[in-house]
Design a protein around this ligand. Structure first.
Ligand code: HEM
Ligand SMILES: *[C@@H]1O[C@H](CO)[C@@H](O)[C@H](O)[C@H]1NC(C)=O
Ligand SMILES: *[C@@H]1O[C@H](CO)[C@@H](O)[C@H](O)[C@H]1NC(C)=O
Ligand SMILES: *[C@@H]1O[C@H](CO)[C@@H](O)[C@H](O)[C@H]1NC(C)=O
Ligand SMILES: *[C@@H]1O[C@H](CO)[C@@H](O)[C@H](O)[C@H]1NC(C)=O
Ligand SMILES: *[C@@H]1O[C@H](CO)[C@@H](O)[C@H](O)[C@H]1NC(C)=O
Ligand SMILES: *[C@@H]1O[C@H](CO)[C@@H](O)[C@H](O)[C@H]1NC(C)=O
Ligand SMILES: *[C@@H]1O[C@H](CO)[C@@H](O)[C@H](O)[C@H]1NC(C)=O
Length: 326
């Protein structure tokens, strides 16, 4: 006798909760605005679409995994992860694409355009370019054998970009250790996180123009390594010729970057600075010995990087075309 009545009371109670929850969500734009299931009802195929597209792009050209990872980094360090890096120049502002750290080397824009147009045809106006960058960076690392991590989603896209912040906030390969650490500290990262994030250079390529000084003028470089690099990077020409950041395994996301540093085979001046008798040497040694410590620390630091100054809720917009504001 008592059981059916208790049962319907419970149903009533849950119905009330559901109604109340729905009303609350309607009146509160910030409700659930940054969460791991952000697109699970709004665009259920968003994540699988990005993953498939990234896997296809990496299968076609393995370096693209590195390029997509760098694109997310260069987005987040310049006024936050808001896809500002993807905006083309307009009459109102000069974008970030032609800033020193980006011009002639940042790539992967076409892959993002392809992903965006696939997602727009599934769910128009729902998935931000900034989230696509964050997810594509994660899926790229996974595609090259690195760790995965879970991401909260709901980033929104900026309506502006900053050429000047791209020039000041992205690290230069000529920096010494103190400059590297202070640049990352300005964005909220510890020295340990800075060393972990730098391990991104276990994949990808760099142009002769950014490592020429190191191979001709520095002494803390393995001489066999320096000599081999000179064949494609003369002292006066070949600026755009590329070489792998990790000579050992350039398309595998592993800890070889740190092993190279122990052997004076960092490609960039800034890379070798992490193991040059300073305070970060011991962290490099730890990552040389333990690949799993590196991948765990890298994944955590990437989540933190993907959280930098986000536009959520009703700020910014969901761009229809990642290259221009709506
Ligand atoms: C001290 C910090 C850093 C400096 C000075 C630096 C500098 C550079 C430079 C100069 C290049 C080559 C660009 C060219 O060819 O002109 C490069 C490539 C790259 N960077 Fe960094 N970077 C740093 C940190 C990071 C971080 C934190 C990430 C990602 C989490 C990252 C990801 C990459 C990747 C994946 C590439 C290769 C891209 C490709 O092959 O297309 N870098 N970086
Ligand atoms: C420039 O800004 C004005 C005012 O916000 C806007 O109406 C116009 O569409 C913008 N132009 C471009 C090319 O974005
Ligand atoms: C871009 O817009 C955001 C918010 O609309 C603002 O906080 C930021 O300062 C702007 N950045 C630039 C470079 O104008
Ligand atoms: C090496 O250093 C010398 C002296 O500072 C400089 O003149 C020269 O341009 C440098 N060479 C390269 C390839 O950077
Ligand atoms: C430099 O690297 C080569 C292999 O590339 C190795 O044979 C040599 O022993 C290294 N030199 C030094 C001084 O460690
Ligand atoms: C030399 O540079 C070219 C152009 O970037 C590149 O395709 C090639 O792989 C490089 N060769 C070597 C041996 O590194
Ligand atoms: C680096 O790691 C290797 C194992 O992969 C180990 O043999 C070597 O001793 C380590 N080097 C240092 C300096 O810890
Ligand atoms: C990222 O931001 C979200 C929402 O503000 C927060 O819940 C999460 O703890 C942050 N994660 C990190 C690693 O900062």
């Amino acid at each position: 006798m008592a059981f059916p009545s208790l049962h319907s009371n419970i149903l009533c109670f849950f119905a009330f909760l559901l109604l109340f929850g729905a009303a609350y969500a309607n009146f509160s734009p910030a409700y659930g605005s940054f969460s791991s299931d952000f697109y699970s009802s709004k665009c259920p195929k968003a994540l699988s679409t990005i993953k498939t597209a990234v896997n296809n792009a990496v299968a076609k050209e393995q370096r693209m995994g590195a390029s997509l990872l760098r694109l997310h980094f260069h987005d987040c360090f310049v006024n936050g992860c808001d896809a500002s890096v993807l905006l083309d120049d307009t009459s109102n502002f000069t974008g970030e694409k032609t800033a020193g750290p980006n011009v002639g080397s940042l790539r992967g824009y076409d892959v993002i355009d392809t992903i965006k147009s696939q997602i727009e045809s599934l769910c128009p106006g729902v998935v931000s370019c900034a989230d696509i960058l964050a997810v594509a960076a994660r899926d790229s690392v996974v595609a090259l054998g690195g760790p995965s991590w879970s991401l909260q989603l709901g980033r929104r896209d900026s309506t502006n970009a900053s050429f000047s912040a791209a020039n000041t906030d992205l690290p230069s390969p000529t920096l010494d250790l103190n400059g590297i650490l202070s640049g990352f500290s300005n964005k909220g990262f510890t020295a340990k996180e800075t060393v972990a994030l730098s391990g991104a250079h276990t994949i990808g390529q760099a142009r002769c123009v950014v490592f020429r000084d190191r191979i001709y003028n520095e002494t803390n470089i393995n001489s066999t390594y320096a000599t081999s690099l000179k064949s494609n990077c003369s002292s006066s020409g070949g600026d755009d010729n590329i070489a792998p950041l990790d000579i050992t395994s350039p398309v595998i996301f592993d800890n070889a970057y740190y092993k190279n540093l122990l052997n004076s085979k960092g490609l960039l001046h800034s890379d070798q600075q992490l193991y040059s008798g300073g305070s970060t040497d011991s962290q490099v040694t730890t990552y040389n010995t333990s690949s799993s410590t590196f991948t765990t620390d890298f994944a955590s630091a990437m989540v933190k990087m993907g959280n930098l100054s986000l536009l959520t809720g009703s700020s910014g917009q969901i761009r229809t075309d990642c290259r221009k504001i709506n």
